[in-house]
Each structure stands twice: as structure tokens, then as C-alpha cells.
Design a protein around this ligand. Structure first.
Ligand code: 9D3
Length: 251
């Protein structure tokens, strides 16, 4: 997937994106990241990219000419990509949106700064506005990085087997089960005995039950989304009556 970020702070985007999972994805050829800086399209000797809003009010806006030139340059090198503007008034980013965009050949992410962008550029060149949540950020860059990190994890072949399992539980709308490492007893707190037994079928049933409980408690919207379905019932059974599972001692 080709991702082009239109930003006044390309070094910020590159620093974060060229580490961790996005770097793995780039080295595998699953993702290619480029940046386009509106400042490179400024005409005057001060390389101006912002201007005051018509009608008054606080703050500055990104000028239409330089922002549009940058978006058009991004489209020229990433021709199959939709143009998304990171903006507080966009649709909320969620796992469905991440999953949908992960199947696309390309994506252009436009980062606003200051008070925002000239509306005519949005009308002319932006396909969709996307927000990462109801809080105020200083600009779109952190939103773009959140989106890229989430999308990269969904690209085929980027994650190893171990992490794909975690991805599965997320994909199927469950929170994680609790995790424990050595020592078996730490400050009078014991690791759940089921994890020490080595019966992997039972351990997986216990973990599924814990994921169900965790989800029911912290995200009832996810757990009860389609009512109390068969899967939720099975998880609750595993969580509340584990001894029924422990007695089936097949390895
Ligand atoms: C305090 C300024 N606000 C006046 C009511 C408007 C405003 C303008 C620009 C608020 C935030 C921003 C910059 N934010 C983003 O570009 C942004 C963002 C966000 O603020 N929250 C959640 N997701 C996103 S994605 C891009």
C-alpha cells in the first residue's frame, strides 16, 4: 500500500513511521510511505503557507494554493489513492474503517494545522474527513500516524503468527485476556492455576472466557452488540464454570 502524507512537518511523520511496525512493513514492501510538504509549493520568498480567515476570528488557515498544489502532487505519485483529511469534524476512526482502507492500493492523508484549511480545498480535493476522537489535537499529524499504525498491522504478511492471534481477537471485537509471567507468586498474588497446568485446550477456553468477561465489563457495546449470542454464552460458561472444562483432561 502506497501512503502519502501531506504535512508541514514531514520529519515528525517520518521519525515515528520509520520505526516499529511501519518500518517492518516498509522493509517487506507491504507499505511505502512518502511525504509532500505544502511549503515546497509556496511562491513567495517567505514560503508562506497560511493566511488570516475572511470574516475575522482567531488563528490562521492553510492557504488554498499551496495546500492544493501539495495534494495534487501527492495524487500524481499515488494515483489510485483516496484523499482523506484528518480533521476534528471527520467520521470517527474505528476498526471497520481501518479494515476497509487496509484493502486499498493507496491512501493520501492530508494533515491540517492552525485553525484548519480553506473549505474550498476540502470541497474540491478531499474524499473524506476522518477524526481519531473527541479531543482537540494541534494538527492532523498525530491522527495520520495513528491511522497508519493501525492500517499497517492489517496489511497481509506484516505481522508474525504470534501477533496475528492478537489481531484476530481484535478483529472479532473482543478485548484481550489477562497475561502473567514469572514468578508464580508475586507479593502474595498467585498466577491463575489453570495457566500452570499445561493443558492448552483448557487454557484457551479459560482465556476466551476472560476475553468475554473483560469485554462485557469494559465494552458492553461490543459484547452485547448482537444480543447475547452463542459465542458470548460460550465465553460466559468458560468464565463462570471453568471446572467443567478442567475435568475434561484431554491434552
Ligand atoms: C481549538 C480549535 N478549534 C476551534 C473550535 C477547532 C480546531 C481546529 C483544528 C480543533 C482542532 C484542530 C486540529 N486538529 C486536527 O487537525 C485533528 C484532530 C483533532 O483535533 N481531534 C481528533 N482527531 C483529529 S484528526 C485531525
Amino acid at each position: 500500500m502506497q501512503i502519502t502524507v501531506v504535512t508541514l512537518f514531514p520529519e515528525l511523520v517520518r521519525a515515528v513511521m520509520h520505526s516499529g511496525m511501519p518500518r517492518v512493513a516498509e522493509s517487506q514492501g507491504a507499505m511505502a510511505l512518502a511525504t509532500v510538504n505544502p511549503r515546497d509549493f509556496a511562491q513567495d520568498r517567505h514560503r508562506t503557507v497560511d493566511d488570516r480567515p475572511f470574516g475575522g476570528g482567531p488563528g490562521m488557515l492553510l492557504k488554498p494554493e499551496t495546500l492544493a498544489a501539495a495534494i495534487r502532487a501527492a495524487k500524481a505519485e499515488n494515483s489510485e489513492a483516496a484523499v482523506w483529511l484528518l480533521s476534528p469534524q471527520g467520521v470517527r476512526l474505528d476498526r471497520d474503517l481501518v479494515a476497509a482502507v487496509a484493502t486499498q492500493p493507496g491512501l493520501i492523508l492530508v494533515c491540517g494545522r492552525y485553525e484548519g484549511v480553506d473549505q474550498r480545498v476540502v470541497d474540491a480535493l478531499v474524499d473524506q474527513e476522518v477524526s481519531i476522537g473527541d479531543y482537540v489535537l494541534s494538527g492532523g499529524e498525530l491522527g495520520a500516524m495513528v491511522l497508519i499504525d493501525a492500517v499497517v498491522r492489517r496489511l497481509p504478511g506484516v505481522l508474525g503468527d504470534a501477533e496475528s492471534v492478537v489481531q484476530d481477537s481484535f478483529e472479532t471485537a473482543r478485548l484481550d485476556h489477562p497475561h502473567y509471567t514469572r514468578p508464580e507468586c508475586w507479593e502474595d498474588r498467585a498466577v491463575p492455576a489453570v495457566l500452570l497446568g499445561g493443558n492448552h485446550r483448557v487454557i484457551e477456553a479459560w482465556r476466551a472466557g476472560q476475553r468475554g468477561l473483560n469485554t462485557a465489563r469494559h465494552r458492553p457495546d461490543l459484547f452485547y452488540g448482537q444480543g447475547l449470542d452463542d459465542r458470548a454464552r460460550a465465553e460466559l460458561t468458560a468464565a463462570w464454570a471453568p471446572e467443567a472444562l478442567w475435568q475434561t483432561n484431554e491434552p
